[in-house]
Design a binder for this molecule. Sequence first.
Ligand code: NAD
Length: 423
Amino acid sequence: MTATLPVASAVENPWRNAQRQFDEAAALVGLDPGLRAVLREVKRQLIVNFPVKMDDGSVRMFEGYRVQHNVARGPAKGGIRYHLGVTLDEVKALAMWMTWKCAIAGLPFGGAKGGVIVDPKRLSLGELERLTRRYATEISIVIGPERDIPAPDVNTTPAVMAWIMDTVSMEAGFSVPAVVTGKPISVGGSQGRSTATGRGVMFVALEACRRLGRSPQGSTVSVQGFGNAGAVAAQLMAEQGFTICAVSDSTGGIYKPDGLDVAAVVAHKQRTGSVVGFAGAQEVSGAEVLEVPVDVLVPAALENQITAENASRIKASLILEAANGPVTPDADSMLLARGVTVVPDVVANAGGVTVSYFEWVQDLQSFFWDEAQINSQLEKIMTRAFNDTWDMAHEHGVSLRNGAYFVAIDRVAEATLARGIYP
Ligand code: NAD
């Protein structure tokens, strides 16, 4: 298999960026040096190399990871990514961001993340299932409902979660639904989970507009990445009156200044596998989708998309980080200097883990809620997380990212201090 790594990932190291973001906030908040040393490292990192039998009878080795950054506030929680660009450093960064995200949302979880270096689109369904089951077995020594609960991330789906749940259950000898979230409803999944991340982005968009004194009506939006997070955010934001002018996926972008019919773009992508070729829209490059003249930019693909190289060309005055780590620290400073409001990933995309938390609670209690209940609890948590961040940032005169880190570090530090150092 030929591996083409995303160019940006080769330049920017997400783990160094995550540590830089933490260091900046920790210095501003005057965090105790001992706590700072603990929180800037991951607690546990597991590297697994494992064989998978391919359809042609050959055996291929794959490398995967599971990293737990911190478990002071509860079991570790975080998704699993299947991508050729996965590295241990990327997984470490994503695990650290999960710790902050869960703390800001007030969820009783620490942070974790997993990944396998693979392009799942080049595997048959059978190969994908065998890879998933073997990876699940390899990481089963660290995951579990009270220990570490995976969920979907880039290129992993409810079906992948069902295979993980089944593998762990077969090994246990009984069903263990609470070992993963983002499962199909039939095996203990939650109503509203598949749309939770995008719905959370929409709630944050509304709240950010309210605080900035803007109206969604008449606000134009560009969305990079048209998957679980981006496509749902685009659809739900359009329902709230935002005009979605541009969207992209890994194959390219489309632009229509007076607004795209988002539901029709979703149908087009379902039919053709790409947003490109959508009737009535201009074809633009992936890079241009970030730079079109809009009010709101929603990066919802991968990390390191807005860098020092292109930050000065971004026209949006509000950026909602639906993806994890899409804006590098250098770009962040440039955007802040220009007065661009960046709602950080640890707030903007917390909707997914919030409904994952609801799913875990429902599985543990074997008592399931209806979608209206899920969505209204999600709205409460997202609105509170955004406003805690906004208030903290304005109280201290810092960026929303630092405001979010202040809230998170405070909560994680409090739990760490309350528990003390064992032994
Ligand atoms: P996904 O696999 O469903 O979708 C990813 C999308 O990004 C696809 O449309 C893909 O074509 C597109 N993409 C990839 N590279 C691109 C590029 N260079 N330019 C434009 N588009 C590109 O993944 P997802 O679950 O939607 O995750 C996207 C981001 O959101 C990730 O950063 C992920 O960590 C974050 N996130 C997801 C969830 C969740 O619940 N799914 C929760 C929180 C954060």
